[in-house]
Design a binder for this molecule. Structure first.
Ligand code: FES
Ligand SMILES: [Fe+2]
Length: 359
């Protein structure tokens, strides 16, 4: 896959990071977005690669390279025809695996080998369409604890799906911002943190099952009833997902989940959910509003990190010891990037590394 890597950033390590990210599942759209444009495919971009995503007549979802090899028309302006996607320009058809199955102007063939395009693996989960560009590391779709609770005990939890948003910042920067404990006092003063308590706790961080895990207790402060605030258990399924379970003083359970799709190395689209097991009949909008407020506070800062790319080379940015979570996150990312240069099995090995000793 790396030969066709379309990453153009000239900053250090970007192609290598992209190569690593190709080995993971990423959400590219919601099932609702796909349905809204049917029978036309939806055009999405993943790691700089343009894809046409479509649901075929049998209900399967396919993800194809969004360029017809004939005269370079985008397949996303074509349409679904049975189990295939038909190009709008001269009607060539393509199967989900990328094989060209017909050239209407030449019904007796032959279909040249070079008429075949790339088709990628697709899965649907949590109402999202996930694509993996390279299967060689046997990675899996990140866990979603609220969906697991719902499966165990239907009706016990309300899962609200946020509107996905695209920010001009690298996906790992977006993720890092979510778990950056020392920004709460500044960016979220009065919402999640206090200016007069700028020293964050230093959590014990472990690696288990491909996730970085730690817990966090926010400072004493009065917050709105809809706040996602309280003893927090963080899980970060590597490389681009954050799941935070909140155990409120009232006994309520709340959950925030987000995964950042790397559109390219300098922008990402975040998909997210907010869940709760209390106030089930309450006003959903007010529960969403709290997280929307947090996002409005983050956006002007995170969208103005320059460069938007995350450069992992040591010395590019200055870390201090209270950046413990992001230091550990970057350490694991760097190990995954190095392993990706050796191939999928090496990545699998780094992903399975367990770290229980407190750091
Ligand atoms: S450009 Fe697609 S069929 Fe000609
Ligand atoms: Fe924030």
């Amino acid at each position: 896959m790396s030969e066709t890597n379309t990453i153009t950033s000239t900053l250090p390590g970007q192609r290598e990071q992209a190569r690593m990210l190709e080995l993971f599942w990423h959400p590219v759209c919601t099932a609702t977005e796909l349905a809204a444009v049917a029978p036309q495919p939806l055009a999405v971009t993943l790691l700089g690669r343009r894809l046409a995503v479509a649901r075929t007549e049998s209900g399967a979802v396919v993800a194809l390279s969004d360029r017809c090899p004939h005269r370079s028309a985008k397949l996303s302006v074509g349409w679904v025809d049975g189990e295939e996607v038909r190009c709008a320009y001269h009607g060539w058809t393509f199967r989900g695996d990328g094989r060209c199955t017909s050239i209407p102007a030449m019904p007796d063939g032959p279909i040249p080998e070079r008429a075949n395009i790339a088709g990628f693996e697709v899965e649907e989960r949590y109402g999202l369409v996930w694509v993996r560009l390279d299967a060689s590391a046997e990675t899996s779709i990140p866990a979603h604890p609220a969906h697991e609770r719902e499966a165990r005990d239907p009706g016990s939890i309300k899962i609200l799906v946020g509107e996905p948003y695209t920010w001009p910042t690298a996906a790992p920067r977006r993720v890092e911002n979510f778990v950056d404990l020392s920004h709460f006092a500044w960016v979220h003063a009065g919402t999640l943190g206090r200016r007069d308590e700028p020293v964050p706790p230093m959590p014990t961080i472990g690696r288990t099952g491909g996730e970085l895990r730690f817990t966090f207790d926010p400072p004493e402060m009065t917050v709105e009833e809809t706040a996602l605030f309280g003893h927090s258990e963080y899980r970060m399924p590597m490389p681009l997902t954050v799941s935070i379970e909140f155990f409120l003083g009232t006994g309520a359970y709340r959950h925030l989940w987000m995964t950042a799709c790397p559109v390219d190395m300098g922008s990402c689209r975040s998909f997210w959910t907010v869940s709760r097991d209390d106030d089930l009949d309450g006003d959903d909008a007010s529960h969403m509003e709290f997280q929307a407020l947090v996002l409005r506070e983050d956006e002007p800062v995170v969208c103005n990190q320059d460069p938007p790319e995350l450069v992992l080379e040591p010395g590019f940015e200055v870390s201090v010891k209270t950046d413990k979570v992001s230091i550990e996150y970057r350490r694991w990312l760097s190990q995954l990037v190095a392993a990706a240069a050796e191939g999928g099995p090496a990545v699998r090995q780094v992903l399975d590394s367990v770290m229980t000793a407190p750091r």
